[in-house]
Each structure stands twice: as structure tokens, then as C-alpha cells.
Design a protein around this ligand. Structure first.
Ligand code: TRP
Length: 365
């Protein structure tokens, strides 16, 4: 088995999510687990969530109405939300609605160290764009605690204390790289992930894309190694698949703008990209009618499934129509485009409202 080195800062390709599960000791997201989850969201029902670590701790807290938390971080690098980030927010929203204390931090120090975004620029961008966008995408600002890494003394102190709990060789084995800016950022991130437990020991869940899985691993190791001092409950991870690139590659990325849609986006441009996106239809209409499409390999279908259709019955209807060849590639692209336009318009409206809320938010320091 070839070893996959995950680089949370950029260039990594996992062709096979199963491999990732094996290598990082994740637990597969099984039907059995799904059956235990109260009102699972569409990402869980559709197995876009593919793995977890220790989610049972969090499920028990939900079922027993005990305290637990959900946490994520914002990288304030551009004035756009990646579709993958939308999946994180959707999972956070699920746990928030099921009783999680919710923490959203702005990773301004990480952005400064690894992406050359000044603290001022990161702050401004988070306040003007990311925080309202996260609210527009469904977080309840009344139930969410926000902070900036640069302003949270406790998180920074944790990072210093944690810094002697991992060796350079271990770091290299997990990340395949030992750049000081990245080392500092990942230890700080362990501080973020465990910080909510300083007040109170409790289970917590960190929903992430596969590229962030090393951070969860490290936080869990550090938690174990500081047991005598802190006795943190090991944080749980919930992992969702990437949103594929419109050309069919594993991960949609802004490095290929013709295959990438962001939130917000110019809807005309986005629809043009959808027209050119990889299709699961057959080469000729005659063959299509005869053999039907392969929806799984169709990027419009992927967008509908991951992002734009909530209702399982509606999705199933489209799946069946397309797979049987009754629906053409043009028709599924029309539907995708229509849904996308509706989503983007609603986002814009919610964003305007959310911007008014930001000045009222209190940030913990
Ligand atoms: N490293 C994350 C990213 O690149 C941002 C982040 C910082 C984060 N601290 C976190 C994410 C804690 C989850 C939990 O997007």
C-alpha cells in the first residue's frame, strides 16, 4: 500500500477514501452508526460523511442530553467560501441544532504564518465576509462563540504547553514536512480544538474535510500526553469527502478556476462551467436512451447530491430518471443551474442580514 502523506496546506490527492481510513486509523461511517444518529443530515444519510473518530462519545452526549461542543476554524484568505467549507458548516449546524456548544474561530495567526495574510487583513476579511457568510449558511449567531486566534491568550498558552508533547520525527511522519510556520500552526490548532474543555471537560466534535485529519490526530495525541495535567476528553472527528472538481478530479480547487464554483459566484459564469462539466451521459443520445447515464460520475449530479437538493425523494427521482436515460445531460445541467442560481440568490439575501448582526457579536479574548 502506498503511503499517503496529507498536506493540510495544499497539494494532496487521495484517490481512495478507504485507504485514508486505514492509514489514519479512522473508523468507517457505517449504516450501523448512521442508525444511531438522531435526525441525520443529508451528508450523513448520503454517506458524504465517510469516516469518524470516536463519534459515539458525541452521540451519547446528544442522546443523554449532556454537554458537548462542536468547533471549526475559518481561514481568512479570500472573500469566498469553498464548497467544501459549506459541508463543514452544514455538519456544525447539525450538532448546534442537537445541543452542541458551538465555537468558530478565525485562524488569523495561521493565515499570517502560512499564507502571508496580515492580522489586520485577516481580521477585516473575517468580520466583513466570513463570519456573516457562516451565519448566512446556517449557524445561529446566538448559539455560537467566536474568537480570533491572535486574541485568545488561553489558546496561545495551550499551544506553548503542547509544544513539547510532539517530536519533530512524529510531526514529519504525520505531515511529511517540518516547516516551522506549519508546525506552529498545527500546535496552535490543537490549542483551538481542546480550548473549549478548559472550562469544562466534555466530548467535542470537529467536522473536517480529509485534508484536516492530521490535525485531529495530533490533538488526540496531545490530549493523551497531557492527561495528568488536563485530563481532556479526546476530541472526536467527523470526516466528509471532497466536493469533486467539475472536470471529475477528486477535489474542487481554485487552482483550476474553470472547474471551481465558490460562494458567492457569478451565476452566469458558474452555469457556463456546469455546461462544460464532466457528464455521466453516453456519447450519443441514442446510446443514452438505450443504456442510461452513470449519475455517480456526473458532476452536476454530484453538485445536486452534495449541495443543492435537501429532499432525498427529489434526488432519487432525478437519479432514476437520469440513470434510465429518460433525462438527458442537458436536462440535468438545467436543473443544477437553476438550483445553483436559487441558492446563490438566497445566500446573498441572508448575507446582507447577517452583516447587521456582526457588530453585535462578542468575541472571547
Ligand atoms: N487549519 C484550518 C484550515 O486550514 C483552520 C483551523 C484553525 C481549524 N484551527 C482550527 C479548523 C480548529 C478546525 C479546528 O482551514
Amino acid at each position: 500500500m502506498t503511503k499517503i502523506t496529507i498536506d493540510p496546506w495544499g497539494s494532496f490527492l487521495v484517490k481512495d477514501y478507504e485507504k485514508l481510513i486505514g492509514q489514519y486509523g479512522l473508523e468507517p461511517f457505517t449504516d450501523e452508526l448512521l442508525a444511531k444518529i438522531p435526525e441525520p443530515n443529508k451528508l450523513m444519510r448520503r454517506k458524504i460523511v465517510f469516516a469518524h473518530t470516536d463519534l459515539v462519545r458525541v452521540l451519547n452526549a446528544i442522546l443523554q442530553k449532556k454537554e458537548f461542543y462542536a468547533l471549526t476554524g475559518i481561514m481568512p484568505t479570500m472573500d469566498k467560501v469553498h464548497l467544501g467549507t459549506k459541508l463543514v458548516i452544514e455538519n456544525i449546524k447539525y450538532f448546534q441544532e442537537h445541543g452542541a456548544k458551538t465555537f468558530v474561530l478565525v485562524a488569523d495567526l495561521e493565515a499570517a504564518a502560512t499564507r502571508q495574510v496580515s492580522l489586520e487583513e485577516g481580521r477585516e476579511r473575517a468580520l466583513d465576509f466570513h463570519i456573516p457568510a457562516y451565519i448566512a449558511l446556517g449557524l445561529d449567531p446566538k448559539k455560537t462563540v467566536f474568537y480570533f486566534q491572535s486574541e485568545n491568550e488561553k489558546v496561545k498558552n495551550l499551544a506553548f504547553i503542547f509544544s513539547n508533547k510532539i517530536t519533530l520525527n512524529e510531526y514529519r511522519a504525520i505531515y511529511g514536512d517540518t516547516d516551522p510556520a506549519r508546525i506552529m500552526s498545527s500546535i496552535l490548532q490543537a490549542g483551538d480544538i481542546l480550548f473549549p474543555q478548559l472550562e469544562q471537560r466534555m466530548p467535542g466534535v470537529i467536522p473536517v474535510g480529509p485534508d484536516q485529519s492530521p490535525h485531529i490526530l495530533i490533538s488526540r495525541d496531545i490530549g493523551n500526553r497531557t492527561k495528568s495535567t488536563f485530563n481532556f476528553v479526546p476530541p472526536s472527528g467527523l470526516y466528509h469527502k471532497f466536493t469533486p472538481s467539475l472536470d471529475g478530479d477528486l477535489k474542487m480547487s481554485k487552482s483550476k478556476p474553470e472547474s471551481c464554483i465558490t460562494i458567492p459566484d457569478d451565476v452566469n459564469e458558474a452555469c457556463k462551467k456546469i455546461r462544460k462539466a464532466l457528464s455521466g451521459a453516453r456519447k450519443t443520445l441514442a446510446d443514452h436512451r438505450k443504456y442510461g447515464a452513470i449519475p455517480e460520475g456526473d458532476m452536476s449530479y454530484q453538485l445536486l447530491m452534495q449541495h443543492f437538493i435537501e429532499d432525498d425523494k427529489e434526488l432519487k427521482r432525478i437519479y432514476d430518471e437520469y440513470k434510465s436515460g429518460r433525462m438527458t445531460t442537458g436536462e440535468i445541467k438545467d436543473i443544477t443551474c437553476e438550483k445553483l442560481i436559487k441558492f446563490m440568490n438566497e445566500f446573498e439575501k441572508k448575507m446582507e442580514k447577517a452583516k447587521n448582526i456582526v457588530p453585535k457579536l462578542k468575541f472571547i479574548q
